[in-house]
Write a new protein. Structure first.
Length: 507
């Protein structure tokens, strides 16, 4: 991660890239430092330490709006990613229901973070995590089973926080491997964006050495692909200008262009894919809570083996846990709220709320929810307390009633954001020490295997196994943490599961 997190970056954050910032003195944080406002506003001020942290209600409100507008794209992308995938039995999740679930989880958990964690930190379905749910979990089981695994992952995070195992896990995974995982997920997400938009497609019946091609026929054709290309150019231009809300602005503008083109051009509905950019009859609609509670806690164990389940849950746990740590430290660093030892205030409480958000995301079928580094956009507007999170959460609650607007966005308008997310995650590659082969090779395998096998789990496994093997070959076996030994062993079994089953006569 960059030393100073980019406010537009939705995912791919890690604590290792954060450099401690000048901290706020204890006197400045003291409630007695600034006289509070009278009456009810004074009580709110004291509860959130608004004046004590050098802020005011105007800054907190502006910060809450800024954070919402820089991360509201998740209301479009999460339904696109989850809705475009099918489970083992060919079932799809409803787009409108996914919008409702995504907005509800973001609203509730962001408000809880504001009240309980008192940080300007917003939460929503995590990009990368929803890709695991859509493309790793669902093909192996039913959607309720997949969401049940996400609930289990969230519960495990809560257990890790409560038991204090966080430090052990943090020290077990080398920093370069953490960064490589985020980079690999970034390439994987970008690849998904290119495929979903039709920019890249599989060659029909191809069995040779070139499995994919440009467009549907070897070259770009059709209005929908043009919309995607325009969206990519707009997104990267806004990112280059460091525009706040760049991704959301691009989605909105590209969607408008798609709607206009769909009205004036003769385009077959199938050319757009799952979502046709047509103006809905109603702009406001009642939320559809049909997906809430649609999860099976132990159903996955009846569909796949225990080893596979352990690895899948570990994949979710790893991405969620370390992304959260980096984001929390990054946001508080940006706000100048780290204490004199560089520690985050109330870290245990904040991480527990984040773990609960993962549980809530699975229970609502919205995928695992996690903290968003876009919260730094709110900090940039002056937000310093959890009051800004109340504002952001309230805006997500309002979004519950705007489902028709979110469901007119075609994949060609949303996919450029996936490409942008891939770029933002890719920037972490500079933090990997490519001169040291013992870490560079595992990092490379992690990054390369993810998109090339269309599997996040495979990439993490390849990196971990290679890391352990290379360390052993170099005579550094004693330096390998026992958690890495165990994880690498699980992945070795995972990769060799077919011959192992044949050897044991399971098949």
């Amino acid at each position: 991660m960059p030393d100073r997190p980019d406010p537009t970056a939705p995912v791919g954050r890690t604590e290792d890239a954060v450099v401690p910032a000048p901290t706020v003195s204890p006197e400045a944080l003291s409630p007695e430092a600034v006289p509070p406002a009278p009456g009810r506003l004074g009580a709110v001020d004291r509860y959130f330490s608004i004046s004590a942290r050098g802020s005011d209600f105007g800054r907190e409100i502006r910060g809450g709006f800024a954070t919402f507008f820089t991360m509201a794209y998740i209301l479009v992308l999460n339904p696109i990613i989850l809705g475009s995938a099918e489970d083992k039995f060919g079932n799809h999740l409803s787009g409108p229901q996914l919008v409702t679930a995504t907005a509800l989880v973001a609203a509730v958990m962001t408000i809880v973070m504001g009240l309980g964690g008192n940080l300007p930190l917003a939460l929503a379905a995590g990009l990368g995590l929803n890709a695991v749910a859509a493309f790793q979990l669902a093909p192996l089981m039913s959607w309720p089973d997949a969401m049940g695994l996400i609930v289990i992952e969230g519960l495990l995070i809560c257990v890790l926080v409560v038991t204090g195992l966080r430090e052990a896990i943090m020290h077990a995974i080398p920093a370069s491997l953490k960064q490589a995982i985020s980079v690999g997920i970034g390439l994987f997400i970008a690849f998904i964006g290119f495929v979903d938009a039709g920019f890249v497609s599989r060659i029909p019946g191809e069995t040779g050495s070139v499995p994919v091609q440009l467009g549907a026929t070897g070259h770009l054709s059709g209005w929908p692909v043009l919309v995607f290309c325009l969206g990519v150019l707009l997104t990267v231009a806004l990112l280059a200008r460091k525009a706040k809300g760049a991704i959301l602005i691009s989605i909105v503008v590209t969607t408008v262009v798609a709607v206009v083109i769909n009205e004036i051009a003769d385009i077959a509905p199938a050319a757009w894919g799952l979502t046709v950019p047509a103006v809905p009859d109603d702009l406001v609609a009642a939320p559809d809570f049909g997906l809430l509670g649609s999860f099976s806690l132990f159903g996955a164990f009846q569909q796949v083996g225990v080893v596979t389940i352990v690895l899948l849950v570990f994949t979710l746990l790893l991405s969620d846990f370390f992304d959260t740590m980096g984001t929390v430290v990054g946001v508080t660093h940006e706000a100048g709220l780290l204490d004199e030892d560089g520690k985050v205030p109330h870290l245990g409480r904040v991480l527990l709320i984040d773990g609960a958000a993962a549980v809530a995301g699975g229970a609502a079928s919205a995928s695992s929810a996690t903290s968003y580094v876009e919260s730094t956009a709110g900090v940039g507007e002056g937000a310093r307390t959890g009051f800004a999170s109340l504002v952001t959460g309230g805006l997500f609650a309002v979004a519950l009633f705007l489902t028709p607007l979110a469901t007119i966005v075609p994949a060609q308008a949303a996919a450029p954001a996936l490409v942008a997310v891939g770029f933002l995650l890719m920037t972490q590659v500079r933090n990997i020490d490519w001169e040291k082969y013992e870490i560079a090779i595992p990092a490379f395998l992690t990054i390369a295997v993810m998109p090339f096998t269309y599997s996040i789990t495979n990439g993490i496994g390849a990196g971990f196994v290679a890391y352990v093997v290379i360390r052993v070959v170099l005579g550094k076996a004693r330096e390998i943490h026992w958690l890495l030994w165990g994880t690498a062993a699980l992945f070795a079994v995972y990769f060799a599961i077919d011959p192992i089953e044949q050897l044991l006569g399971v098949k």
